[in-house]
Design a binder for this molecule. Structure first.
Ligand SMILES: Nc1ncnc2c1ncn2[C@@H]1O[C@H](COP(=O)(O)OP(=O)(O)OP(=O)(O)O)[C@@H](O)[C@H]1O
Ligand SMILES: Nc1nc2c(ncn2[C@@H]2O[C@H](COP(=O)(O)O)[C@@H](O)[C@H]2O)c(=O)[nH]1
Length: 201
């Protein structure tokens, strides 16, 4: 069976990764979402096992030490990581999976899965990015400033991605990502049929 597609969606905090991902999964319910582990405290309305697996520092350390994370990173004072087994099992079943993670983690995934598809979500401007984080109303003023500083560093690493998509309008951004997924599937099918042709006696 062919393996599924590993799609990594990154971009600065507040650009709209979560929003776009939710809209994308409504359009394409077959796309499996990788739920991350984090030491961050839950925001209002966040549910353990749905938005994140919320862990203590000890539990997160245990996951690292037992090689249970495909990647992990410290981001603005908290730890975040992708549970390894779920990703591997999903791909082995031939299903597509999406990881919504920050840049350091995405680059670690790229080392392990260079065949993955890496999409960087861009804000229309830094000013709009700041007003989205502020408008979400979840972060303190200090955290907003730290996330904006991280955003500038993250945007500088965009060159390592396969695609950049501007999140101007949610539905347009979703359509662009869906086109990328379709194109990547076509590319893989073409490579596979070329391989089969060359193997034919
Ligand atoms: N295209 C858009 N136009 C206007 N507002 C948007 C757009 N996309 C997302 N937003 C808003 O921006 C805010 C941040 O979005 P979201 O929480 O999805 O960002 P994020 O990248 O997942 O952030 P984080 O990395 O911090 O989790 C939300 O209030 C969301 O409603
Ligand atoms: N490297 C990883 N980054 C992750 C993961 N899960 C989420 N994230 C990213 O962290 C920041 C902050 O998230 P927030 O929920 O506190 O706003 C954001 O960029 C997320 O995409 C992960 O497993 N690994």
């Amino acid at each position: 069976m062919d393996k599924g597609l590993l799609l990594v969606l990154s971009g600065p905090s507040g650009v709209g990764k979560g929003t776009v991902c939710t809209a994308l999964r409504k359009r394409a319910p077959e796309l499996i979402y990788s739920v991350s582990a984090t030491t961050r405290v839950p925001r209002q309305g966040e549910v353990d096992g749905v938005n994140y697996f919320f862990k203590s520092h000890e539990q997160f350390k245990h996951m690292i030490e037992h090689d249970q994370l495909l990647e992990w990173a410290e981001y603005v004072g908290n730890y975040y990581g992708t549970p390894r087994d779920f990703v591997q099992k999903t791909l082995d079943q031939g299903l597509d999976i999406i990881l919504e993670i920050e840049v350091q983690g995405a680059l670690k995934v790229k080392e392990k899965f260079p065949e993955g598809v890496f999409v960087f979500l861009m804000p229309p401007s830094l000013q709009e990015l700041q007003s989205r984080i502020v408008g979400r109303g979840t972060e303190s003023e200090e955290t907003i400033m730290r996330r904006m500083t991280a955003a500038v560093e993250e945007i500088a690493l965009m060159q390592h991605y396969d695609y950049a998509v501007v999140n101007d309008h949610i539905e347009s951004a979703c359509s662009r990502i869906q086109s990328i997924i379709t194109a990547e599937h076509c590319k893989r099918e073409r490579v596979m049929s070329q391989l089969l042709d060359s193997a034919r006696l």
